[in-house]
Write a protein of this length. Structure first.
Ligand code: NAP
Length: 258
């Protein structure tokens, strides 16, 4: 029987990382979660127990060359789900992959919009510039890769756009609410990522998740939510100029991770 590719997930205890680890193990891949040694939060302790019971191997280490190299030598595929502020830390992973020479596929972190196809506001542009730098490094190092453009994480954005757990009567609507976004459920993104990491068709390519039925505006979302909970919400419209101002005063890093 063909041996399943072994996978390590960096950032696998995080928001999307958890789904990636679960997808990897459920698809039958020997799976390693690479995690920092000092994380003894109760929520993580339970997560680690759950992962171990599923058959996940925990490897503790820092983002340091020798330690990264050690774990990379043990696997075939590297998936990185580190958060946005650590985008450039991936240079260490890239260096270790180069030295190890055994990796069949690297999936860099990002899981967002296609950097070459959008024209965002300046704070987000800076993040996209870093993502571009990372992709160039991967390509110039000749590392086999797949970049996953997941668009919007559905649960994450629905939570932000509707605040469904807060029993609010009013919803903030961004712009006129008609702009469309692609909302993809986190578990689907994770499954797709692991499958793409094993698929020869996605070698050295970008994969954009854009199912037509997942394209929706905030107004349409609100309408669905109103039908679901038999309630009509008042709306506060946040004008475009306000959005631009908000983007200058809010840290993108703070607003995206929780
Ligand atoms: N498209 C979207 O809608 C969307 C939404 C959210 C996120 N994302 C993307 O998803 C990717 C992952 O983001 P996330 O929010 O899932 O990440 P996260 O949960 O904030 O962090 C992932 C993991 O990274 C590790 N980590 C955090 N800080 C660290 C540090 N200083 N040094 C070393 N390790 C550290 C932690 O693992 P340990 O504690 O186990 O070491 C953490 O669990 C990012 O590329 C982000 O842009 C996309």
């Amino acid at each position: 029987m063909e041996r399943k590719n072994r996978i390590v997930v960096f950032g696998g205890s995080g928001y999307i990382g958890k789904h990636l680890v679960k997808a990897s193990i459920s698809l039958g891949h020997p799976t390693i979660l690479y995690t920092r040694p000092s994380q003894t939060l109760p929520s993580k302790t339970q997560l680690y127990k759950d992962f171990i019971s599923m058959g996940v191997t925990l490897v503790q280490g820092e983002l340091e060359h020798e330690q990264i190299l050690g774990v990379i030598k043990e696997v075939d595929i590297v998936i990185c789900a580190l958060p946005l502020p650590l985008l450039m830390e991936q240079l260490k992973i890239i260096e270790a992959i180069k030295v190890a020479g055994n990796i069949k596929r690297f999936i860099p972190t990002g899981f967002g919009a296609e950097e070459d196809r959008i024209n965002p506001l300046p704070p987000f542009q800076a993040v996209l510039d870093e993502k571009r730098k990372i992709r160039k490094k991967i390509e110039s190092a000749g590392i086999p890769y797949t970049a996953i453009y997941a668009n919007c994480f559905a649960a994450y954005f629905i939570n932000y756009l509707l605040h469904p757990h807060q029993n609010l009567n009013n919803i903030n609507v961004y712009g006129n609410g008609e702009a469309k976004a692609v909302l993809n459920y986190e578990e689907d993104i994770a499954m797709l990522t692991v499958k793409a990491a094993n698929d020869p068709r996605t070698l050295n390519r970008v994969l954009t998740c854009r199912p037509p039925k997942n394209i929706i505006s905030q107004n349409e979302l609100i309408s669905f939510w109103e039908q679901k909970c038999s309630q009509t919400f008042t709306k506060t419209f946040i004008a475009e100029e306000q959005l631009v101002n908000l983007s200058q005063s809010n840290s993108i890093y703070l607003s995206i991770s929780f």
